[in-house]
Design a protein around this ligand. Sequence first.
Ligand code: HEC
Length: 118
Amino acid sequence: MRALLGVAMVLAGLCACSAAKQEPEAADLRWAETSRPVDARLAERYERACMACHAQGGSGAPLAGFTPHWKPRLRHGIDQLVRHASDGFNAMPAMGQCNDCSADDLRALTLFMARSGT
Ligand code: HEC
């Protein structure tokens, strides 16, 4: 019974997703390519690490600044997102390949990409 409920919830989730705007348009891709955190030190880390995957479409990573990619993730809370950035999560490498990023840096970079802070 619990398994069935799980399947139903997954299906309901898929339906909700396909109804929403999912594919980034040219303007969304441009925002991701050209935007940087305001803080220069963070911007340098962002360019060196996160951008390779998060600033282009089709990489499997949620696109920086593209709300439809971040909103469902943000529902789990910013702490979980930052923990996944730090520990790794599926194809998301631990620390996002930024070995000199502090926990605060990862949080700020995540907030920047989710456009819900900095
Ligand atoms: C090698 C490619 C790659 C790099 C570099 C990378 N990411 Fe990711 N990231 C991914 C992928 C792929 C996902 C999606 C993982 C999934 O949902 O299965 C992801 C997901 C995330 C998530 C969402 C986690 C969640 O719980 O949904 C956060 C936050 C994140 N990345 C932060 C960062 C930060 C910050 C950096 C730079 C310090 C970074 N990433 C660098 C590939 C990358």
